[in-house]
Design a protein around this ligand. Structure first.
Ligand SMILES: Cc1ncc(C[n+]2csc(CCOP(=O)(O)OP(=O)(O)O)c2C)c(N)n1
Ligand SMILES: [Mg+2]
Length: 582
């Protein structure tokens, strides 16, 4: 006698939901799925094989030993292409392992479609996919999405396979619309195994479901900014992530040169061109109190109010793809007027209006301001040279020297993933970048991102050298075995430079800032030292990378040259450099 439940007999039509899921992912332009699989993915894995057998398109699959790498690879890919990818992880536990990365993606306004299964909801084999193992009984929390909800623009549990393509299009529209960010889709096994007739599955083509882009600004507000700039005596511009669009970088340069504006990158995440004659560095602290007109352009943290007394009289114009910062309970930087939109387009409007209104007096004043700006720029460059001239000592290589030497080996299009924490300033100072978005940091604060992002960027731009620079602490956070395993398996060579200062210097410095003469200082006990005498190079070697531990400053140029040569030749390199102790 056939005792198969009725539901199981009658819901069998052409293809399973998982089949349409893969098709739908393809239709929304997902190139890659960064996957860490579990029991929830049986229907997807089976349909991957099914689609391959039928010769049907679907995203490429990158298997990632750790979810932290998977999600950060999606971040790196999105950073280079502008397009969010899929990350497929295992129920609540895999989702939890992405939380650090989801924080970073959200704070970097990078799109990603995170997907996870949910424990099956049937226990008696009523439907295909019913619970069949221990973990299915323990992996269902009340609110799975809560694990990453603070970092999401949208979340949903797929209620039925019949709407799978609608759900994917909706997810895509939201993640790709400005300000971009993560979305999360959960799916149960029973839903993924439901069969549907192909005619029942509606399509949601891209041409009918456009995403929302950043636009220009209200001409009245543009005119108000221009009126201020016309009479400004000490204008400054501060940006943090305008470099995510090359056009914005160019317009900042054009405006700065025309109007004599000193340009700063504060807490930079996506660099603008450092070649601009008006680019004066990364610390606007002294300039902020003296500015009469300030432009905040795509920036989250222009300065630290505890350290910089902003001038009540400064007129601030805030131009940003995200003026409101709705993801932050507190955000209190001034904006006498705010224009939300595409900063490049808005600055084009500003330049156009400024050119029509520019008086000879304005032009003369703007040109005169370029002289002190150039002097500040020259002084900064000279200062960088002076810092880099000291090589350091054996076992204590000077990070300024090391990074200045690295800079000599990089092409304009190569990318630097700067996770150097307390040495991040040295990286910024010593590796100036001409091309926007070639030196990046995440907008978030979750350590362990640079390896995964470098891999994802490499996947998107195979001809460019990707350099990860992290501290010894950051190296651990980045799940390096997962990073080097993927590098080896998928032939994605990257250069990992570890600046080992013997521990968590940021933690030590933070304690000293709060308690300059405290007990921790007296006892010289900052709870910051990590295992000494480690050899990170062995981690790289385990996965076929070229790897070297470097202590001698005199060996720096040769070691860097060898690593870069290896990576350009197709093999990852890891350089564990013992730098100035914290
Ligand atoms: C996931 C995560 N855990 C903890 C921290 C807190 N934290 C910030 S900086 C830092 C030390 C990092 O050490 P390292 O990478 O060696 O850089 P250094 O401070 O020595 O320059 C820590 C632990 C964090 N930012 N992210
Ligand atoms: Mg360190």
């Amino acid at each position: 006698m056939d005792d198969t439940p009725v539901a199981r007999k009658t819901n069998v039509h052409d293809f399973a939901t998982a089949y349409y899921l893969l098709e739908g992912l393809n239709e929304i332009g997902i190139d890659y799925l960064f996957c860490n699989f579990g029991t929830d993915h049986a229907p997807i894995i089976d349909e991957m094989a099914h689609r391959r057998k039928r010769g049907e398109a679907m995203p490429g699959v990158i298997r990632c030993p750790h979810e932290n790498t998977a999600a950060h690879m999606a971040a790196g890919y999105a950073l280079v292409t502008g397009r969010g990818q899929g990350v497929l992880v295992h129920v609540d536990v895999g989702t939890a392992n992405t939380a650090n990365a989801m924080h970073n993606l959200y704070r970097s306004r990078l799109p990603v479609l995170l997907m996870a299964g949910k424990a099956p909801y049937t226990v008696n084999d009523e439907l295909v996919g019913s619970r069949d193992t221990y973990v299915h009984f323990v992996q269902e929390p009340f609110d799975q999405a809560s694990l990453v909800r603070p970092y999401l623009k949208w979340e949903w549990t797929l209620p039925s396979g019949v709407v799978v393509k609608e759900a994917l299009r909706r997810a895509h529209s939201i993640m790709q619309s400005e300000p971009r960010g993560p979305v999360y889709l959960m799916m149960q096994r029973e839903t993924l195994t439901q069969h549907w007739n192909a005619d029942d599955i509606r399509r949601y083509p891209a041409d009918q479901f456009a995403t929302t882009t950043g636009g220009g600004a209200d001409p009245k507000l543009v005119a108000a900014v221009v009126d201020r700039l016309l009479t400004a005596e000490n204008p400054i511009l501060i940006t943090g992530y305008a470099g995510r669009h090359a056009h914005a970088s160019r317009t900042i340069d054009a405006l700065a040169q025309f109007a004599g504006i000193a340009v700063y990158e504060a807490n930079m995440t996506n660099n603008i061109s450092h070649d601009s004659p008006c680019f004066v560095g990364f610390t606007p602290d002294k300039a902020v109190p003296e500015a009469d007109v300030g432009l905040l352009v795509d920036v989250d943290v222009p300065w630290f109010p505890s350290a910089v007394p902003a001038n009540r009289k400064t007129f601030w114009a805030h131009i940003d793809i995200d003026t409101l910062k709705p993801g932050s309970p507190m955000w209190m930087f001034p904006g006498n007027l705010r224009m939300q939109g595409d900063s490049g387009r808005i600055l084009d409007q500003v330049i156009e209006e400024l050119k029509t209104k520019a008086t000879p007096r304005f032009k003369a004043a703007a040109a005169a301001r370029l002289t002190p700006i150039k002097a500040a720029r020259d002084a900064r460059i000279a200062h960088a040279g002076k810092l880099a001239a000291d090589k350091g000592k054996p076992g204590a290589i000077n990070p300024h020297y090391l990074t200045a030497e690295l800079s000599k080996l990089l092409d304009d299009e190569d990318m630097v993933f700067n996770e150097a924490v307390t040495n991040a300033a040295a990286v910024l100072l010593q590796i100036p970048r001409r091309v926007p978005n070639t030196t990046v940091r995440v907008g978030g604060g979750g350590l362990g991102w640079s390896g995964g992002m470098a891999l994802g960027a490499k996947l998107a731009a195979p001809d460019r050298l990707m350099v990860q620079i992290c501290g010894d602490g950051g190296f651990y956070f980045g799940n390096p075995t997962s990073v080097f395993a993927i590098s080896q398996q998928y032939k994605l060579p990257i250069f990992s430079l570890v600046l080992d200062n013997s521990g968590w210097n940021a933690v030590k410095q933070s304690t000293l800032r709060v308690f300059p003469e405290g007990e921790a200082k007296t006892a010289n006990a900052f709870e910051a030292e990590l295992a000494s005498d480690v050899d990170f190079a062995k981690v790289g070697e385990a996965f076929g990378a070229y790897a070297q531990k470097l202590s001698d400053p005199d060996q720096v140029p040769a070691a860097l040259a060898r690593c870069v040569k290896e990576v350009r030749g197709g093999r990852s390199a890891l350089l564990h450099a013992r730098v100035t102790r914290m």
